[in-house]
Design a protein around this ligand. Structure first.
Ligand SMILES: *[C@@H]1O[C@H](CO)[C@@H](O)[C@H](O)[C@H]1NC(C)=O
Ligand SMILES: *[C@@H]1O[C@H](CO)[C@@H](O)[C@H](O)[C@H]1NC(C)=O
Ligand SMILES: *[C@@H]1O[C@H](CO)[C@@H](O)[C@H](O)[C@H]1NC(C)=O
Ligand SMILES: *[C@@H]1O[C@H](CO)[C@@H](O)[C@H](O)[C@H]1NC(C)=O
Length: 355
């Protein structure tokens, strides 16, 4: 009994002391993202304040309501106002999201991979209510409309893969009508911009009538005009040889792929000789009874007198002319005791070219 009354006395004494000293509370501490109501510079003991979090923030921990105590010291405030978090939006199919956090009031931005476009806006903000605004976009595939077909062309390979349209990187291949030549790439590709790469052109091409070669002939289609891909066939008379391909074609530049001519064969001034022809020893007089054709090549044997050995030198028939190597010595058929150069042992290779 005595003790309880003494507590009461103590308490009364305390109250009196405060009332006498007039202890007031100061302006309360500022708390990030919170507001205090009422906000004043001085509070009488017993006055109440309420902290509330600003829009976009939620309270966590501690108390929100405080009464100014007789001590004049606001109690320690452990309240925290933390930002609201918007739904996870870190992934965008066929695209990318740039963000720091998904908290209020941050903004995140979007981009799409090549071949996709943003259907929606390129950024969104986390609102006070914890929602993205405007809503998160999607990356939609880019499509190309059916390609226009160049004049004098047909569409070869083409398969729209998105309904009537094509997707990024799809291709279409054109062909020119017969006798039209293609300029540019026959293949077009659907780009990330939703258009096709540059179309090729098909142009009509004419070639002049080929002229008949001297000592030969040329055949070509009996037509009014000769066009792209038309062919002409060349040939030569008797001992003449065609220099160039037998068949030529009208190319897309309006020219023939080649202009063959007829080249004369060679008469041989040498009566008898053993020569190398295509890797074999042959008798010139037998092998080339009717002369050598243009372009044919033989190797004559020559003697190195000091070293008593033999070496070879080449000779080629070029349009009726063959130059017999100077080192070659033709024996009279009566000089049967002389050894033919082709029967002499060959010189060391590095001596061959000396004469
Ligand atoms: C494709 O085009 C045809 C003819 O224009 C049309 O009838 C059809 O509805 C189109 N299809 C799609 C999937 O757009
Ligand atoms: C033609 O285009 C295709 C695809 O666009 C490409 O792969 C090819 O290299 C091109 N050809 C030429 C000759 O430019
Ligand atoms: C396709 O579109 C892009 C962007 O608009 C443009 O730069 C390009 O020249 C276009 N390509 C063709 C072949 O028209
Ligand atoms: C056609 O060929 C001739 C000779 O080969 C050449 O001079 C001419 O420039 C060529 N013309 C074209 C269009 O290529």
């Amino acid at each position: 009994m005595a003790s309880s009354s003494s507590v009461l006395i103590l308490g009364l004494a305390f109250l009196c002391h405060v009332a006498v000293a007039g202890r007031t509370c100061p302006k309360p501490d500022e708390l990030p993202f919170a507001t205090v109501v009422p906000l004043k510079t001085v509070y009488e003991p017993g006055e109440q304040i309420v902290y509330s979090c600003q829009p976009g923030y939620t309270s966590r921990g501690g108390m929100r309501r405080f009464t100014c105590p007789l001590t004049g010291h606001w109690p320690i405030n452990t309240l925290k106002c933390i930002p609201r978090v918007c739904p996870f939006a870190g992934l965008l199919e066929n695209g990318a999201v740039r963000y720091t956090t998904f908290e209020y009031p941050n903004t995140i931005s979007f981009s799409c991979n090549p071949g996709f476009y943003l259907s929606g806006t390129d950024s969104a903000k986390c609102t006070e209510d914890g929602k993205w605004t405007p809503p998160v976009p999607v990356c939609a595939p880019v499509t190309c409309p059916p390609p226009t077909i160049p004049k004098f062309a047909t569409l070869g390979t083409y398969k729209p893969s998105a309904g009537n349209n094509s997707l990024y990187r799809d291709t279409a291949v054109f062909q020119c009508l017969p006798q039209y030549a293609m300029f540019g790439n026959d293949t077009i590709t659907c780009t990330a911009h939703g258009n096709w790469t540059v179309l090729p052109e098909c142009k009509e091409v004419k070639c002049p009538f080929p002229s008949r070669p001297d000592n030969g002939f040329v055949n070509y289609p009996a037509k009014q005009v000769l066009s792209y891909k038309d062919k002409a066939t060349y040939g030569c008379h008797d001992t003449y040889v065609l220099d160039g391909p037998e068949v030529v074609e009208c190319n897309k530049f309006g020219n023939w792929s080649a202009q063959p001519s007829c080249k004369a064969s060679c008469k041989l001034s040498v009566k008898k000789a053993t020569v190398m022809y295509q890797g074999e020893k042959v008798k010139l007089q037998d092998k080339f009874k009717n002369g050598m054709l243009h372009g044919e090549k033989v190797s004559f044997f020559c003697k190195n007198k000091e070293k008593k050995c033999s070496y070879t030198e080449d000779a080629e028939c070029i349009d009726g002319t063959i130059e017999i190597p100077k080192c070659f010595k033709e024996h009279s058929s009566l000089a049967f005791w002389k050894t033919d150069a082709s029967d002499v042992k060959p010189c060391e290779t590095d001596v061959q070219t000396q004469s």
